[in-house]
Design a protein around this ligand. Structure first.
Ligand SMILES: CC(C)(COP(=O)(O)OP(=O)(O)OC[C@H]1O[C@@H](n2cnc3c(N)ncnc32)[C@H](O)[C@@H]1OP(=O)(O)O)[C@@H](O)C(=O)NCCC(=O)NCCS
Length: 229
């Protein structure tokens, strides 16, 4: 059974759109939006989900806020995953003294004709609002998918690690932790082209943190900054 989301917890949407939690009965429309969004986009940019994965998600591995038109057409959705595989755990790479419980922003899709209108930013905000307080939120994004990593950086996620999941595809690992409030450290920065993977790996190994996007062609701004757990 599906559920109308409590709108007071969620960001306001443009006129004519509303939030609705997607459930198992919505598998068809969720899969259809996903397929249309990733059509022609190779896996190096974005993972293509199977119907079984989406079904498992809608059946309880996570929650799926959807954006629908007043006519009930789904135009975008985001996945917030609670039930994670051990391989997915970024905490060993983060040097955290504590081990906070995790939730993952595990994917999102917006119909091609609705892209570029800020809906992904709103889907990220909605999932932050829906996550249980105290959970460490993380996500992964391909360096060659700027719409994905830019919007995560804009919503307070930081690039903290680099990995090669899904059979060896390069991905930033982004985590939502506050930057230490230290002006001297924050003043030191460098910009790295999004596709320069060795430079990202080097910077992350050397203690830099990706904090923002910067200019075109797509650049990631790194600061040498401590991050508070
Ligand atoms: C990724 C996706 C969800 C983005 O949705 P969207 O609603 O168009 O994104 P937004 O309009 O909220 O834009 C988010 C940011 O990306 C930027 N952006 C959007 N498209 C971009 C592009 N092609 N190149 C560079 N930046 C882009 C926007 O300017 C915005 O940045 P800003 O906040 O700094 O201005 C959508 O393109 C999609 O469904 N793609 C296929 C599936 C996918 O890649 N999912 C992501 C996996 S997590």
């Amino acid at each position: 059974m599906t559920q109308v989301l409590h709108s007071h917890r969620l960001p306001a949407l443009p006129a004519g759109l509303a939030w609705r939690m997607q459930g198992p009965a919505d598998l068809g429309q969720v899969e259809s939006v996903h397929r249309r969004a990733v059509e022609g986009v190779p896996p190096v940019v974005v993972k293509h989900f199977t119907r079984a994965f989406l079904h498992g998600f809608l059946a309880g591995r996570g929650v799926v806020p959807g954006i629908e038109t007043s006519g009930g057409e789904l135009v975008g959705f985001g996945l917030l995953q609670h039930d994670l595989l051990p391989d997915d755990d970024p905490r060993p790479h983060l040097g955290l003294s504590q081990r906070p419980p995790l939730a993952k922003l595990a994917g999102a899709a917006v119909l091609p004709e609705k892209q570029g209108e800020g809906l992904q930013r709103l889907l990220i905000r909605a999932r932050i609002a829906l996550a249980e307080p105290g959970k460490l939120l993380f996500s992964t994004a391909s360096p060659v998918n700027p719409a994905s990593w830019k919007s995560l950086l804009s919503e307070g996620f930081l690039i903290r690690h680099f990995e090669y999941p899904y059979g060896g595809l390069p991905r930033f690992v982004l985590v939502r932790l506050p930057l230490a409030d230290n002006a001297d450290i924050a003043l030191e920065y460098q910009d790295i082209a999004s596709e320069d993977i060795p430079a990202h790996e080097r910077a992350l190994r050397d203690g830099w943190v990706g904090v923002a996007s910067s200019g075109r062609p797509a650049l990631v701004r790194y600061q040498r900054a401590r991050v508070t757990p």
